[in-house]
Design a protein around this ligand. Structure first.
Ligand SMILES: NC(=O)c1ccc[n+]([C@@H]2O[C@H](COP(=O)([O-])OP(=O)(O)OC[C@H]3O[C@@H](n4cnc5c(N)ncnc54)[C@H](OP(=O)(O)O)[C@@H]3O)[C@@H](O)[C@H]2O)c1
Length: 419
């Protein structure tokens, strides 16, 4: 008998109980023994009847929960509250399965890197139902990963997909996303790219086998985008996505999260709505893409239950433990040339456009596209795209334009990814 305890009876915890019950016979065949739920803990007991849990298994006390002998502890509470229980459970020799990205983002060294870190399973914490952690731990072990691209945040992807349909502002779509439950009341973590970057650091560390340090990663969110950018993208066969990227450059790694323009025939361009996707370029595999639901009751519970089965079969998370135990930090490169999309407001006067072009030209920034919209208040909306250039040179040119008073307000710049 394999004893399992579950912390948290919300969306994920409830889904885990449903799958364990529904497939109990199959799982007995896989694991070789019956999986038995021996304890559940949550703040309130209101879901016991609905989930068919015997009241004798319930507690609202972390201490009482930990005192119950078990083989595998599932943590589906979220946030920092269960941190101590997870650590103590690992020390007691329990295997621990968690879906808690917030906890791993701040405590990966203490948890995965601890003496017992091999026994911590966290598939559900990145991209819900997509089996990406186990792919880096097992299926992609033979490869040297060259590039990792992620659409890691379903909230942002939903907002960008809706804005691409045209005619709606960021604020309007965000409000609808909140009403539909796709976005939190305080959406900062999602829309500013922080959640996506946490996942980039975790998966980037596994993919490149060196710790990717969150504090050193440039992060841009999606709040600066406006309907004009989506109109330009649609007219020019591009789509806008929030991309988290890590790419090997010799002994260095370029890593960042940013909104960017993708050609519409890029595989990641077709990832719509609240879905997630991970694009991996491996030395031997070539290009791979993982796509699917990054959240939701059953997709996330599927990842948790697969971790339970992996733990029950005696597997360990060797690489996660190794990478975070005595971390070697990835050396991050400050710069990678990209083509850029620029949107700015310039004085609608003779010679200004020439001055802007000259400012780019002086810095060897080669332009690819220039478009000027009508200027009702003496300020023309101009869109440029460039050939690959450094962001430092581009910033220098934009600073000169601001200092000389040729442009008004803060220009918006966005990277463009090639296939
Ligand atoms: N939902 C998803 O699609 C998804 C996807 C990927 C990862 N995750 C991660 O999975 C974890 C759980 O998410 P969820 O969506 O299932 O959350 P949820 O629906 O809010 O459920 C949380 C559960 O934990 C309990 N709980 C919260 N704080 C507690 C505390 N201090 N002490 C005791 N019990 C407490 C809640 O009890 P009450 O109901 O009584 O408050 C509830 O049973 C989080 O780490 C989340 O980031 C979720």
């Amino acid at each position: 008998m394999l004893k399992v305890g579950i912390l948290g009876l919300g969306t994920v915890g409830g889904g885990v109980i449903k799958i364990l019950r529904e497939r109990s016979r199959d799982f007995k065949n896989i694991v070789g023994e019956e999986i038995q739920l021996v304890k559940v803990m949550s703040r309130r007991d209101h879901r016991l009847a609905e989930l068919g849990i015997d009241r004798s298994l319930y507690t609202d006390s972390f201490e009482e929960f930990l005192n119950e002998p078990m083989d595998i502890l599932v943590e589906a509470i979220g946030g920092e509250a269960p941190a101590d229980v997870v650590k103590r459970a690992l020390e007691k020799g329990y295997k621990v399965v968690t879906a808690n990205k917030a906890l791993l983002a701040t405590q990966s060294d203490e948890l995965m890197g601890s003496e017992y870190g091999e026994a911590l399973f966290f598939e559900a914490s990145c991209c819900g139902g997509i089996p990406i952690v186990s792919s880096f731990e097992e299926g992609l072990m033979s490869n040297k990963i060259e590039q990792l691209l992620g659409i890691f945040n379903g909230t942002c992807n939903y907002i960008l997909t809706e804005m691409s349909k045209g005619g709606v502002s960021f604020d309007e779509v965000l409000k609808v996303a909140q009403e539909l439950g796709y976005a939190e009341a305080d959406p900062t973590f999602d829309i500013e790219g922080i959640d996506a970057t946490h996942k980039l650091c975790l998966l980037g560390s596994l993919a490149f086998r060196e710790k990717v340090d969150f504090s050193k990663i440039p992060v841009e969110g999606i709040t600066g985008l406006n309907p004009e950018d989506f109109a330009w993208a649609a007219e020019n066969d591009h789509v806008i996505k929030l991309i988290s990227m890590a790419e090997r450059h010799g002994s260095e790694l370029f890593a960042a999260t940013f909104p960017c323009l993708l050609p519409s025939n890029h595989p990641m361009a077709h990832v719509n709505g609240a879905n997630n996707a991970v694009f991996v370029r491996g030395e031997y595999t070539g290009d791979l893409m993982f796509y699917g639901a990054g959240a939701g009751e059953l997709p996330t519970a599927s990842a948790v239950v697969s971790d339970i089965l992996a733990a029950a079969q005696g597997k360990v998370r060797h690489w996660s433990h190794h990478i975070f135990r005595e971390p070697t930090f990835a050396k991050l490169s400050a710069e990678k040339p990209f083509s850029y999309y620029l949107r700015l407001k310039a004085k609608d006067e003779a010679g200004v456009l020439a001055k802007l072009c000259d400012s780019f030209g002086k810095r060897d920034i080669s332009l690819c596209f220039v478009h000027q919209n009508p200027a009702p208040q003496g300020l023309a909306d101009i869109i440029f795209t460039t050939h690959p250039t450094s962001s430092a040179e581009l910033m220098e040119a934009l600073n000169e334009m601001a200092e000389q008073g040729w442009v008004s307000g803060k220009p918006f710049m966005m990277r463009m990814l090639e296939i």
